[in-house]
Design a protein around this ligand. Structure first.
Ligand code: KG4
Ligand code: ZN
Length: 336
C-alpha cells in the first residue's frame, strides 16, 4: 500500500509548529518554534504578540519541516491544520498558511480539532485500541474523553471552572514562577511534602467533572494570610500540597471512569500530561486494576502543543475522506 504523508500546521496558542507525519504514526519531522519567552514577562499569552510571532516564523519552519523529513511537496498527500479551539488571530495564521499551500499545490486540506490532536498524539507512540479513554489536561482543558473509534470522541467529564494547567499557572504567579509554571511547580513538588491539605473538590461526587478554582483560592488565601502575619511558608511544601490535591482528583475521577467504561487503551494528553507526579500516579493506579487497559503516556515533547499530533489526527480524517475546502475558518471555542 502507498504511504500517506501529511504536512501539518499548529498555531493555536504560543507555539508555531510544522511536521511531516507518515501514515498517521511516524514522525518524519517536527519543528516547534516556541514564543514562551516573549509572553513570560506578561504572565500569560498576549494574543497580538502570539499572532505576530506565528507570522514571522511560519514560512521558514514549513521549509524546515520538509527539509528535515527529506521530502518535497511532491511527496505530500495532504495538508492539515488546527482550526480550533484556540486564539482566533493565532489560529488564522496557520489556517492561511495551510490554505495557501493547498491552493499552490492542489493538495487536499484537512481541518483538525486541537484537542483531538492532543489525544491522538498517542498514535505516534503506539497503536490505540478502541474503545479508548483519554485524560486530556492542558492550559485550557481538563476533560475525560471516551473514544469510540479514531474520529468519534465523547466528553464524559469536564472542568466546571479552571483547567488544571491554568490553576498551575495562576498559583505559579503567587509563588513568583514565570508562565507557564507547571513544570517548575512539578519539580518543586518532588522536593516537598503535602502539609497543607488543600481541598479536593468534587472528589466523591458521582460524576466525572472537576473544579479547580476552589483549590486555587485556598492556595492564594493561605499565601496571603501568611504574608499578613509575616510567616514564611515553604515553597516546596506549598507546591507538593497543591500538586497532591490536583493529582488526587484527576486520578480518582479518571480511575472511576476507566472502571465504568472499561476502555482497551488509556491515554494522557496535553501539557499537564507531562506532570511527573500525575504520570507516576496513573501508572500505579492502572497497574493495580483487575482488568488494566494498555497505557500510552506520550513523551513530554508530544504532550505540549506540536504539529505532529495534528498530522496524526488528520490521517484518521484522511482515511474517512473528511476534507475541508478554502472556506475553512478558525473556530476559537470549538468543541469535540
Ligand atoms: O497543551 P499545552 O502545551 O497548551 C494548551 O493547549 O494549553 O499545555 C500548557 C499547560 C500550561 O498550563 C503549563 O503550565 C502546563 O501545561 N504544564 C504542566 C507541566 N508542564 C506543562 N503542568 C503541570 N506539570 C507539568 N510538568
Ligand atoms: Zn494544547
Amino acid at each position: 500500500e502507498k504511504d500517506i504523508r501529511i504536512l501539518a500546521f499548529e498555531s493555536s496558542c504560543d507555539e508555531t509548529s510544522t511536521s511531516v507525519v507518515k501514515n498517521g504514526s511516524e514522525i518524519e519531522s517536527l519543528v516547534v518554534a516556541t514564543q514562551i519567552k516573549s509572553h513570560a514577562r506578561f504572565g500569560g499569552v498576549v494574543p497580538e504578540v502570539a499572532s505576530r510571532h506565528h507570522i514571522e516564523v511560519i514560512t521558514q519552519i514549513t521549509k524546515e519541516a520538509l527539509a528535515e523529513a527529506k521530502v518535497t511537496w511532491d511527496d505530500i498527500d495532504a495538508i492539515a491544520v488546527t482550526h480550533g479551539p484556540g486564539l482566533v488571530g493565532a489560529l488564522l495564521i496557520g489556517i492561511n498558511a495551510a490554505k495557501a499551500a493547498s491552493m499552490a499545490t492542489g493538495l487536499p486540506l484537512i481541518g483538525v480539532d486541537h484537542i483531538m490532536g492532543h489525544i491522538t498524539a498517542a498514535q505516534l507512540v503506539d497503536k490505540i485500541e478502541y474503545p479508548a479513554m483519554a485524560l486530556q489536561v492542558s492550559g485550557g482543558h481538563t476533560e475525560i474523553v471516551l473514544m469510540k473509534d479514531p474520529t468519534h470522541f465523547e466528553i464524559v467529564g469536564d472542568t466546571r471552572d479552571d483547567a488544571a494547567g491554568e490553576a498551575y499557572d495562576k498559583i505559579g504567579r503567587v509563588l513568583g514562577v514565570n508562565y507557564p509554571a507547571g513544570k517548575t511547580i512539578d519539580q518543586w513538588a518532588h522536593q516537598g511534602k503535602d502539609t497543607f491539605n488543600f481541598p479536593r473538590a468534587m472528589i466523591d461526587e458521582d460524576n466525572y467533572d472537576f473544579s479547580f478554582s476552589g483549590l486555587k483560592s485556598a492556595f492564594i488565601n493561605t499565601c496571603h494570610h501568611a504574608d499578613q502575619i509575616g510567616e514564611k511558608l515553604d515553597k516546596y511544601d506549598l507546591a507538593a500540597s497543591f500538586q497532591a490535591a490536583v493529582v488526587d482528583v484527576l486520578a480518582a475521577k479518571t480511575i472511576r471512569a476507566i472502571k465504568q467504561y472499561q476502555p482497551k487503551t488509556f491515554i494522557m494528553g496535553g501539557g499537564v500530561a507531562a506532570n511527573l507526579g500525575l504520570r507516576e500516579r496513573m501508572d500505579q493506579e492502572i497497574a493495580a486494576l483487575a482488568n488494566p487497559p494498555k497505557v500510552i503516556l506520550p513523551p513530554l515533547k508530544l504532550c505540549g502543543d506540536n504539529a505532529a499530533m495534528i498530522g496524526a489526527a488528520a490521517y484518521n480524517q484522511y482515511l474517512e475522506g473528511d476534507f475541508a475546502d478554502l472556506r475553512l475558518d478558525a473556530d476559537p471555542s470549538m468543541e469535540l
